[in-house]
Design a protein around this ligand. Structure first.
Ligand SMILES: Oc1ccccc1-c1ccno1
Length: 257
């Protein structure tokens, strides 16, 4: 998987070079390219924003630096594209452009699975200020599959945090990116349920004991207890996961109640 991120704060994304995600890059499983938007602003002050037409508070990100940055990524992708054979099936070769935005569809685990399984090159355009000149997104439709995505119903200073969350959520689902892939099987949102509580030594901590079933060695009883805990937690904390399918139209992955 290749990720390209265009941002005015590339250093914001440096934590993605750490831990398992860093190892995924070292192994070649993942390629993470960070592009400083200011490198595509060629006036003396490397200006990337200006006042909004129509007035209003804040600044809007100028179109040209984004256009040049995205051109550069497209050209790089084309030069790395395998040759298309004459009998190749027609398919949409446009890379995916994810635009983090409070106005996007809400990201979820089902979408993370879909991106991990189906995409090989994802470009991220995290905005700052009041957003990106809309003409960039309109132009981009001819060259990318443009997908506005929200992390949730709240507002951030910019999209970089959303990009980090999405890159981590997708990468950990790519085969070979997790230390122990089995840990994906029972985590929250896999199978449409929240994860069960976990415990480790010591068996008594501040007068609190580990549930006896977990010390019983009875694997069937343990599995049943864990499933019951998942259902109980999901009903208590996320009844919406039980009650309705997501309004955002992205189907749950492998719902198993
Ligand atoms: O609040 C934002 C500002 C810029 C880009 C993205 C966001 C956002 C908020 C929630 N998900 O994404």
């Amino acid at each position: 998987m290749r990720y390209d991120v265009v941002t005015i704060f590339p250093e914001y994304l440096e934590p993605l070079r750490l831990s398992l995600l860093g190892k995924a890059q070292e192994s070649g499983l993942v390629q993470l390219n960070l592009h400083n938007l200011r490198d595509f602003a060629f006036d003396r002050h490397k200006t990337v924003d200006d006042t909004p037409y129509g007035g209003g508070a804040g600044m809007v990100m100028k179109a040209e630096p984004w256009g040049l940055a995205l051109d550069s990524i497209l050209n790089s992708a084309l030069s790395n594209q395998p040759a298309v054979t004459a009998d190749a099936e027609p398919h949409d070769a446009r890379p995916l452009l994810i635009v983090p935005s409070p106005a996007g569809k809400v990201f979820n685990q089902a979408k993370a699975y879909e991106l991990a399984e189906q995409e090989h090159h994802i470009v991220f355009a995290p905005a700052r200020y009041e957003g990106i000149d809309e003409r960039v997104l309109n132009w981009a439709e001819d060259h990318f599959r443009v997908m506005p995505v929200s992390l949730g119903d709240y507002v951030l200073y910019g999209g970089e945090v959303a990009v980090m969350a999405m890159i981590e959520a997708v990468t950990r689902l790519i085969p070979g990116a997790m230390g122990n892939p089995e840990s994906l099987d029972e985590e929250s949102h896999t199978g449409g349920l929240l994860e069960y509580p976990v415990y480790t030594k010591p068996s008594v901590w501040r007068e609190r004991e580990v549930p006896a079933v977990l010390l019983s060695g009875n694997h069937a009883a343990i599995a049943r207890w864990r499933r019951d805990q998942q259902i109980e937690r999901t009903f208590a904390r996320r009844f919406d996961m039980i009650e309705t399918y997501p309004e955002d139209g992205w189907d749950k992955k492998d719902r198993k109640l």
